[in-house]
Write a protein that binds this ligand. Structure first.
Ligand code: ATR
Length: 280
């Protein structure tokens, strides 16, 4: 029987994960069935159990279910526990094991594919939701310098700071004080503003010379933030497509024990999105 895998989200029709996993499966010769399953929050638990009964062996979890997935797991990896969110489920005889591959995916994209050195970078993280929780621990482990977290609701920035547990290195700041924080070598947009076609008002002086600006979204959702970074003179701008492919590869390896080659899959998705942008 072909093993069943899926990405659960709401909405999820736009997800590139089925394409990515199908490409990894072809490349490694592993037969798999990977579907996108759209399920509302109230139905998520039941849908996941039905999926397991129908032969579901693993799942990716995206908005808005990442925190709920954490609660449903029998066992969590250390990185899922630190992130407080699960994006990868692995079926075992006891139930679901939960992992979070987002942070590792981001760091691998930035350091291996694009060959940026993250060490000692004074870093600004915009947002304190699920995406910010997923990447912050991995960025600290990758050796960034001080980390400043800013969020519309300040209490969530404070809570993420506390959860990261590195006072002296990790700080929360008010959005209104952004102009007084000096320049940053790495700025990461982990808010969902771009998904709502909103632009954020950021001071131009935030970017240090040779700064790197990263939006965790890709496609249209990343346009506004990366356009701001370019207009502020930033030459190194990166969207979240590479992170998406790398986190998928980490999930694939957890499920199948084989690490796929990510470059061909990333290249073909990037060409496709460039072609779509030109067609617009
Ligand atoms: P995700 O999993 O993508 O992080 P999320 O957990 O809903 O989604 O988090 C969304 C993030 O974008 C939060 O940091 C949110 O700020 P709040 O915690 O204050 O809600 C941020 N965000 C969303 N819309 C925003 C807006 N219009 N202005 C500023 N921040 C916004």
């Amino acid at each position: 029987m072909t093993s069943r895998y899926a990405v659960f989200g709401h909405p999820v029709a736009h997800s590139l994960s089925p394409k990515i996993h199908a490409a990894f499966g072809r490349q490694t010769g592993i037969a798999l069935d990977y579907q996108a399953i759209d399920v509302a929050v109230d139905d998520f638990h039941d849908a996941l159990e039905a999926f397991a009964r129908a032969g579901g062996r693993g799942a990716n979890i995206t908005l808005p279910h990442k925190q709920m997935a954490l609660v449903l797991c029998e066992h969590l990896s250390e990185r899922a526990e630190r992130a407080g969110a699960v994006n990868t489920l692995i079926r075992t005889e006891h139930g679901w094991d939960g992992d979070n591959t987002d942070g590792a995916g981001l760091v691998r994209d930035l350091t291996e594919r694009r060959e940026f050195d993250l060490r000692e970078r004074r870093t600004l993280l915009l947002g304190a939701g699920g995406a910010a929780h997923g990447v912050a621990p991995a960025l600290l482990d990758a050796g960034i310098g001080e980390l400043f977290i800013i969020n519309r609701s300040p209490a969530k920035a404070d809570a993420l700071c506390d959860a990261l547990g590195q006072p002296g290195r990790v700080h929360s700041r008010y959005w209104s004080d952004l102009g007084n924080q000096g320049a940053f070598d790495l700025i990461i947009n982990a808010t969902s503003m771009g998904r709502d076609s909103l632009t954020m008002n950021l001071p131009m002086a935030l970017l240090a010379p040779r700064a790197l600006a990263v939006d965790l979204s890709y496609g249209e959702a990343a346009i506004a933030f990366l356009a701001w970074a370019r207009s502020a003179g930033c030459k190194h701008v990166v969207d979240g497509l590479g992170m998406l492919v790398e986190q998928a590869a980490e999930s694939f390896e957890r499920w199948h024990g084989v690490r796929p080659e990510t470059d061909p899959v990333f290249d073909s998705l990037q060409q496709r999105s460039a072609a779509l942008a030109t067609a617009d």
